[in-house]
Each structure stands twice: as structure tokens, then as C-alpha cells.
Design a protein around this ligand. Structure first.
Ligand SMILES: [Ca+2]
Length: 197
């Protein structure tokens, strides 16, 4: 299936409107059709109540995760289930409100802006823009995380694992928001074993 993250485009109320694609994660077949087993009839909407979801990744058991920018308090890591409501704009971060699904983790926006991410051998790697760091989450303990390269390479846009098992991390310093370093932007090659216990 083809999944797409869609922000609320600054119109908060769209995130709770199932007739809008704003503030959603969408799911389509690779031909662009609505899958018969989507949670809402004849709709590409897969989950809702998102503000600005960015990265998507799937664990080996099929569990789906998404990173999300909050507005000005809490960025999120969410475990995505079909048809679930992730709270925006009523909630931002962990709210303990039974009407909405709380994130697995929340991070202050200045330490995060979590963007692209990738999973390799139960470790989730999250690239952070404003937070200028790589965050690593052991999916066996998904409410904890460790951090690497904080401030060393500037903003990180994406993380991907190659077929050979090497982690590639993309910097994002030349888009007018960052402070370019020599030879930016870069793709850093890292062996994930470096982060294993
Ligand atoms: Ca949320």
C-alpha cells in the first residue's frame, strides 16, 4: 500500500474533519485506489487528528509508526492504527484523554521537529530538524530514547537503512533555515551497530 502524510495546512479544524485530507495519514493502493479494508468507507483516510505528520516506518512485525510536528509545545512519536484519532487540535502531546490516542513519546519542539525515520533490527532512527540530532528508540522499550550527533551536523531531514544494513542520515542546512557547514548538504553513512547495546 501507498501511505501519505498530510499536514493541516494551518487550518487546525481539518484534522478532525473526516471529509478533508488535511491532518491525516492516507492509505491507497499503488494504483491510487481506495483499499477495500480502509477504516472509513470509500475514503483514503487511514488515521486522523494529526497536525503535521512527517516520517513513516514499519517494524518487521508490521507495526506502523509516524513522527509528527506539534505546534509549539510537543512533537510526537505515534504508533499508528487504522481509524484512530491522534487528537490534534484538541490535544498536543500526551494528554491522558480517553477520546484520543496518546503518542508513545513526546519531545519539546526545540529539541525535535522529527522528520524522516527508518527501522532496522528493532531500532527506530528519527532525523530531527530543529533539534539537530538523531534520536534512537529501541522498539522493545518504545517510551525511551537516546540521542546522537546533537548539534554536530546541523539539521537532519531523513534517515534510511541500505540493503547492506548501513544507516544513511541526510542533513538539511541549505534550505534557508539552517546554518550551512562546509560541503553541505551531506549524507552521513553510519553503521547502526554503533548504537546497539
Ligand atoms: Ca497527537
Amino acid at each position: 500500500m501507498l501511505y501519505a502524510t498530510v499536514g493541516d495546512a494551518g487550518n487546525e479544524s481539518l484534522a478532525q474533519d473526516l471529509d478533508s485530507f488535511g491532518g491525516k495519514i492516507l492509505r491507497l493502493t499503488i494504483d491510487g485506489e481506495v483499499p477495500e479494508d480502509n477504516p472509513f468507507p470509500d475514503s483514503p483516510v487511514f488515521s486522523f487528528g494529526h497536525r503535521n505528520p512527517q516520517g513513516l516506518a514499519w517494524a518487521s512485525d508490521g507495526t506502523m509508526y509516524a513522527s509528527e510536528f506539534g505546534q509549539n509545545r510537543w512533537d510526537e512519536l505515534n504508533l499508528i492504527r487504522a481509524g484512530a484519532n491522534y487528537g490534534w487540535p484538541v490535544t498536543e502531546g500526551i494528554a491522558n484523554n480517553a477520546d484520543y490516542v496518546d503518542p508513545l513519546q513526546q519531545w519539546s519542539t526545540e529539541s525535535a521537529s522529527p522528520s524522516g525515520m527508518s527501522i532496522h533490527q528493532d531500532l527506530l532512527y528519527v532525523a530531527n530538524l530543529r533539534g539537530e540530532r538523531l534520536r534512537i528508540i529501541d522498539l522493545n522499550s518504545p517510551s525511551d530514547s537516546t540521542e546522537a550527533f546533537t548539534g554536530s551536523y546541523g539539521r537532519f531531514r531523513d534517515a534510511a537503512v541500505t540493503a547492506a544494513g548501513e544507516l544513511w542520515v541526510l542533513t538539511n542546512n541549505t534550505d534557508g533555515r539552517g546554518t550551512p557547514q562546509e560541503s553541505d548538504d551531506k549524507i552521513l553513512g553510519i553503521f547502526p551497530a554503533k548504537f546497539s547495546q
